[in-house]
Design a protein around this ligand. Structure first.
Ligand SMILES: [Ca+2]
Ligand SMILES: [Ca+2]
Length: 442
């Protein structure tokens, strides 16, 4: 479609043997949210000190900019930026090329990396990591194994000051080998425990934490991580075609899911709108407004789902409503934090199963949709029930192998005064932790 053709035209120099599949040159006026999700959270990872704030992510002079500042937000002392293609684009095997100018200074930690699309971990592929106090040292890693038995393969390369100018960091991921390149020169490779599952891309700058250490009196803010482009290539193999989808305000699911498809494969694409939106039409290599729709893979396809605002959208019923929970981890993690509309306050339970969170809407309402915004410690399996009297419950949703992040349950046609989330099993050793639990209806 338009996107892939424009992108192909923009990058005349395709590396030999590779075909451009997905890219962002960051030429538009704003971050393309059909390709990137922008983080808005105080992620609990590696003892990092930053709050990932959307206003630290913007486009300037053809670059994506991730800015890091000393600024208090959501119980953190620093703000920084993170974008990822989670839920929007993932690939198994291919060449990823990123041109960037890195931030520097004590306590700063820029990274370009990949995590599994299915929410598992490990594996993790680190295309580029750099510690701001050593801006001439690039670390390239592959983490595999089964937690907690992590098997890490890593290589450091000392070169230029990567904060002084733009450099390219590339990864070639083949079924039996991964190769890392800096400015076109191979600097690391491995053939051990190569991941075989689709993974998505993450670009970020962390502040503080285990790898760079803490910012100190020498640390200079603000810092800027400039990314000129991200280009993802695939092997162009006879008889095989790739399908790339894009969507803002909703998601696209392809069935069967494959990458690439064999010539002639029939694929069903289903568009799921976010709460407050409805599906409009397909554009690119699929036209029309039928949903689900079918495509025949007789060429590479690039399909965009266009969603439009729902003029009859259900309203948010749960904001500020009373919440009862089975337990709290600590005093500042009470249940009402999950209905306060603040993505910096959360409910967190004790570290046992099961746990419940129940919202009282005050009177019975028709319920059409629910949004859960999980913190890192999310449920693996959970159920949602409704009740008019708080005694007799009706199950309206059950989820296994939950991936965390923001989950939306749409198309509900139920009624109830009480809405109860029951966490049945946890994904980590911690409790159940929700930034927000939102109920929409009439
Ligand atoms: Ca650019
Ligand atoms: Ca909250």
């Amino acid at each position: 479609m338009v996107l892939i053709l424009a992108a192909l035209a923009a990058s005349a120099a395709e590396p030999r043997g590779w075909r451009l599949l997905w890219s962002d040159e960051f030429d538009g006026p704003a971050v393309d949210k059909s390709k990137w999700a922008i983080e808005d959270a105080a992620l609990v990872k590696n003892n990092e000190r930053q709050y990932y704030a959307p206003d630290e992510v913007y486009i300037k002079d053809g670059c994506l900019v991730l800015r890091s500042r000393k600024r208090s937000l959501g119980s953190r002392e620093f703000t920084s930026g993170l974008v990822e293609t989670r839920g929007k684009f993932a690939l198994a095997f291919g060449r990823v090329e990123i041109r960037a100018k890195l931030p520097r200074t004590q306590g700063i930690w820029p990274a370009h990396w990949m995590l599994p699309d299915d929410g598992s971990w490990p594996p993790e592929i680190d295309i580029m990591e750099c510690v701001g106090s050593q801006p001439n040292l690039i670390t390239m890693s592959l983490h595999t194994g089964t937690w907690p038995g992590l098997y890490s393969q890593s290589e450091d390369f000392i070169g230029d000051d990567y904060s002084a100018d733009f450099h390219t960091f590339a990864l070639e991921w083949e079924p039996k080998e991964i190769r890392w390149f800096i400015d076109g020169v191979k600097r690391f490779s491995t053939a051990n425990t190569i991941p075989q599952i689709p993974m998505y891309l993450i670009l970020n700058t962390a502040v503080g934490g285990d790898m760079p250490g803490e910012p100190d009196e020498t640390t200079e803010f603000p810092q800027y991580h400039f990314i000129d482009y991200v280009r993802v290539y695939c092997r162009d193999t006879p008889g095989q075609f790739y399908l790339v989808t894009a969507a803002e305000h909703g998601r696209v699911f392809a069935a069967p899911k494959a990458s690439p498809y064999k010539t002639g494969s029939e694929v069903t694409l289903t568009a799921y709108p976010s709460i407050g939106y409805v599906f409009g039409e397909w554009s690119g290599d699929l036209q029309g407004s039928e949903n689900p729709a079918r495509v025949t893979m007789n060429a590479h396809k690039n399909v965009r789902a266009v969603f439009v605002e729902d003029l009859n959208a259900p309203i948010l019923l749960s904001r500020g409503k009373p919440v009862k929970v089975s337990s709290v981890e600590k005093p500042d993690c009470e249940g009402s934090n999950a209905t306060d509309g603040d993505l910096k306050t959360r409910w967190s339970s004790e570290f046992t199963d099961p746990q419940t969170l129940t919202i009282d809407l005050g009177e019975p309402h028709p319920i059409e949709a629910i949004r859960l915004v999980w913190e890192v410690a999310h449920a693996k399996d959970y159920a949602i029930d409704v009740s008019d009297d708080g005694t007799t419950w009706k199950n309206i949703h059950a989820k296994k192998n939950c991936r965390g992040g923001t989950e939306e349950i749409i198309g509900l046609k139920v009624s109830g005064r009480y809405v109860r989330l029951t966490g049945l099993s946890r994904t980590a050793e911690w409790g159940y932790s929700l930034w927000e639990f939102e109920v929409f209806g009439r």
